[in-house]
Ligand binder design. Structure first.
Ligand SMILES: *[C@@H]1O[C@H](CO)[C@@H](O)[C@H](O)[C@H]1NC(C)=O
Ligand SMILES: *[C@@H]1O[C@H](CO)[C@@H](O)[C@H](O)[C@H]1NC(C)=O
Ligand SMILES: *[C@@H]1O[C@H](CO)[C@@H](O)[C@H](O)[C@H]1NC(C)=O
Ligand SMILES: *[C@@H]1O[C@H](CO)[C@@H](O)[C@H](O)[C@H]1NC(C)=O
Ligand SMILES: *[C@@H]1O[C@H](CO)[C@@H](O)[C@H](O)[C@H]1NC(C)=O
Ligand SMILES: *[C@@H]1O[C@H](CO)[C@@H](O)[C@H](O)[C@H]1NC(C)=O
Ligand SMILES: *[C@@H]1O[C@H](CO)[C@@H](O)[C@H](O)[C@H]1NC(C)=O
Ligand SMILES: *[C@@H]1O[C@H](CO)[C@@H](O)[C@H](O)[C@H]1NC(C)=O
Ligand SMILES: *[C@@H]1O[C@H](CO)[C@@H](O)[C@H](O)[C@H]1NC(C)=O
Ligand SMILES: *[C@@H]1O[C@H](CO)[C@@H](O)[C@H](O)[C@H]1NC(C)=O
Ligand SMILES: *[C@@H]1O[C@H](CO)[C@@H](O)[C@H](O)[C@H]1NC(C)=O
Ligand SMILES: *[C@@H]1O[C@H](CO)[C@@H](O)[C@H](O)[C@H]1NC(C)=O
Length: 325
């Protein structure tokens, strides 16, 4: 066999193999998965899934988008449709799904671990429902996940270590749940992470040092939890940070003297209602983009740097600070 022919045969075999691997299931699998999804909906006042019937091909059902080439579901968007019920494990069979948007409904029970079979999933929106149970460790199977939003639910348990495998995830919203435990060190492995919202939960313990690896982090909002200890100095070296909010925790230690130089892009910095000690670093005046600086209710001492006088209308919440010093 001539070399180029052998080469192209290899390519064809490879392409075939990839197609077989990719096409787990077929359009009938998707139809069955959608029917199982429908069967688990027990409240549908707007008649949305009620209209999912055989008069139309499933690709034309309300909320369903299919890919052009294969008749496979790529988007399931059922946001804000007053739906209640639970999520069928069959959702994990929609193997071409790129976006699952169930936000702002009344879904209950657990997020099924079968969701981890959705290897193409990029956006998962489940916020503002009544999901309970734990974040399934199998979420790590969603290796293409970019956005993960589950805020405003009743999730409990801790953040699974496996979350750290989501190397493409950029945005995580966990706020307003009943999550507990510590931030697993593996979160420092989320190299694409830009925004982490986890306020108003029951998290505790120290921030892991590994967080100092999150070079693209711009938003870190972990306020209103039970975190304690000192904040690892490496976190203050993340120059991309724009919003840093750790208010209402039990942190101690002092702010690094160079904070205004190592957080050059900071706009919102809040450490209110903790146990921080030491003085307000003079370098803060170098953080020229700052619009909100909240330091109230700590054990800070010394003077407010006179350089902050340049921005008097912008500075909020010094009241308690002054009362204490
Ligand atoms: C699945 O695809 C086949 C071949 O394109 C087609 O004949 C069949 O009607 C489809 N089934 C559904 C449920 O869309
Ligand atoms: C089937 O769905 C269509 C819309 O997709 C709707 O007009 C029709 O009433 C439905 N039929 C039944 C029996 O629910
Ligand atoms: C949430 O859904 C309700 C209907 O259940 C709707 O009135 C409201 O506008 C939705 N909120 C958002 C932010 O979409
Ligand atoms: C789909 O998922 C369910 C539950 O996870 C499973 O029992 C079923 O065998 C899967 N496969 C197909 C082809 O529907
Ligand atoms: C959350 O859902 C409730 C009930 O459906 C709705 O009234 C409310 O507007 C929603 N909130 C947001 C932020 O979407
Ligand atoms: C969860 O992941 C484990 C390990 O990858 C796998 O063995 C198991 O089948 C998965 N569970 C489901 C429900 O997909
Ligand atoms: C949160 O969890 C704690 C401990 O498990 C429990 O006592 C509390 O009732 C839960 N709160 C909510 C709002 O679910
Ligand atoms: C982070 O990723 C590296 C490389 O994959 C791995 O060796 C390490 O164990 C991971 N760290 C944690 C805390 O999971
Ligand atoms: C970090 O951000 C830069 C600039 O936006 C981008 O080029 C790079 O790919 C990002 N790194 C990761 C791991 O996402
Ligand atoms: C912060 O960055 C500076 C300059 O790059 C470096 O000298 C210092 O060791 C870093 N500190 C930590 C705690 O990573
Ligand atoms: C601050 O520390 C004291 C003990 O030194 C403790 O009683 C108090 O609860 C702490 N406050 C906060 C907000 O962590
Ligand atoms: C503010 O920034 C300038 C220029 O980078 C630097 O020379 C100076 O030392 C900084 N001031 C403080 C108090 O860190």
């Amino acid at each position: 066999m001539v070399p180029w022919l052998s080469f192209s045969v290899h390519i064809i075999v490879l392409v075939l193999a990839c197609n077989i691997l990719a096409a787990s299931g077929n359009n009938e699998t998707d139809l069955l998965a959608l029917l199982k999804f429908k069967a688990n909906i027990n409240g549908d006042p707007l008649g949305v899934v009620h209209s999912w019937n055989s008069t139309l091909n499933f690709c034309h059902w309300h909320g369903v988008t299919c890919g052009r080439r294969h008749q496979r579901v790529t988007v399931l968007d059922l946001q804000s449709l007053k739906l209640s019920g639970s999520i069928s494990p069959h959702v994990g069979n929609l193997s071409f799904l790129r976006e699952l948007n169930l936000q702002n409904n009344s879904f209950t029970q657990a997020i099924p671990p079968q969701i981890g079979r959705l290897h193409r999933l990029q956006n998962l929106f489940m916020q503002n429902n009544s999901f309970s149970g734990e974040i399934p460790p199998n979420i790590s199977g969603c290796s293409n996940l970019v956005t993960f939003q589950v805020q405003n639910n009743q999730l409990e348990g801790s953040i699974p270590m496996e979350l750290g495998f989501l190397s493409k995830v950029q945005i995580i919203h966990l706020q307003r749940n009943n999550l507990t435990g510590t931030i697993p060190p593996s979160v420092g492995n989320l190299s694409s992470l830009q925004a982490m919202y986890a306020s108003e939960n029951n998290f505790f313990g120290r921030f892991p040092h590994s967080l100092g690896q999150l070079m693209n982090l711009t938003i870190w909002d972990l306020s209103t939890n039970g975190f304690s200890g000192t904040i690892p100095p490496s976190i203050f070296n993340l120059s991309s940070i724009v919003l840093f909010d750790v208010a209402y925790n039990q942190f101690e230690g002092s702010l690094p003297s160079e904070i205004g130089n190592t957080f050059p892009n900071i706009k919102f910095l809040s450490i209110s209602f903790n146990n921080f000690t030491g003085s307000i670093p003079i370098s803060i005046s170098n953080a020229s983009n700052i619009v909100r600086l909240q330091l109230a209710s700590n054990k800070l001492t010394g003077k407010v740097p006179s350089s902050l006088g340049k921005y008097p209308p912008k500075i909020a919440s010094f009241r308690t600070f002054f009362q204490q010093s």
